[in-house]
Design a protein around this ligand. Structure first.
Ligand SMILES: NC(=O)c1ccc[n+]([C@@H]2O[C@H](COP(=O)([O-])OP(=O)(O)OC[C@H]3O[C@@H](n4cnc5c(N)ncnc54)[C@H](OP(=O)(O)O)[C@@H]3O)[C@@H](O)[C@H]2O)c1
Length: 180
């Protein structure tokens, strides 16, 4: 995520008036433009696993998360919606990826729905060929272990192709889109 942390967009999102303004920043801004709703997996929302013990966990982002629109959180464990400052509302969806997408589309009112991860969630939408565009930020970092984004998925067969590759200051940005 280093490429994002230095961008002006990210710095502004966190209340600072500085940050880099090059290619990485432009791509970061493009990724946040015209988003009407988000979908996240439960593990992106937080570290709590299993049934919610109480209502105390409200996401990583403090009282005013950077979304400012409805965010649909996929989980097997029901929970009441959570209204945050600045227009973000976390809504917990237990009926699966298609239901979450339908609800997010309705809430977005014609604007884009952004899938914010994690890997388990992105893989389900890729497998169902429901992702129009996937942005991959590639950096030379040796992680050692982690979640496998593409293992066992034949993206070409699912209809995707690599349509754009842009060299940024801190990452190379690769975009996959569905073939027409
Ligand atoms: N890069 C980042 O910014 C960032 C930030 C935070 C965390 N992470 C890490 O990224 C990794 C993401 O892991 P992940 O791929 O497991 O995350 P994920 O996709 O965010 O979450 C997976 C969980 O979401 C729920 N879920 C997903 N699909 C569902 C469905 N169809 N129906 C019902 N519930 C569904 C399930 O939780 P339940 O069954 O428990 O409800 C499932 O275990 C984690 O290791 C996390 O620590 C990264």
């Amino acid at each position: 995520m280093e490429w994002l942390f230095h961008s002006r967009m990210f710095r502004r999102m966190h209340g600072h008036d500085d940050g880099e303004t090059g290619v990485d920043n432009r791509i970061a801004e493009r990724g946040f433009a015209d988003i009407g709703a988000w979908i996240l997996g439960r593990n992106m929302f937080g570290p709590v696993r299993g049934p919610w013990p109480d209502e105390s966990w409200k996401g990583w982002w403090g009282d005013e998360p950077p979304y400012h629109v409805p965010v649909f959180v996929l989980t097997h464990h029901p929970r009441a919606p959570l209204q945050m400052s600045g227009g973000t509302e976390f809504r917990f969806v237990t009926a699966g990826i298609h239901a979450a997408l339908a609800q997010a589309r309705e809430a977005a009112g014609g604007r884009d729905v952004r899938l914010g991860g994690g890997v388990f969630t992105v893989r389900q939408y890729l497998r169902a060929a429901l992702v129009d565009e996937l942005h991959l930020a590639v950096r030379p970092v040796l992680l050692g272990s982690g979640e496998h984004l593409f293992g066992g998925l034949d993206l070409y067969k699912l209809g995707y192709q690599c349509t754009e590759s842009i060299a940024g200051e801190r990452a190379t940005h690769v975009f996959l889109r569905k073939r027409a």
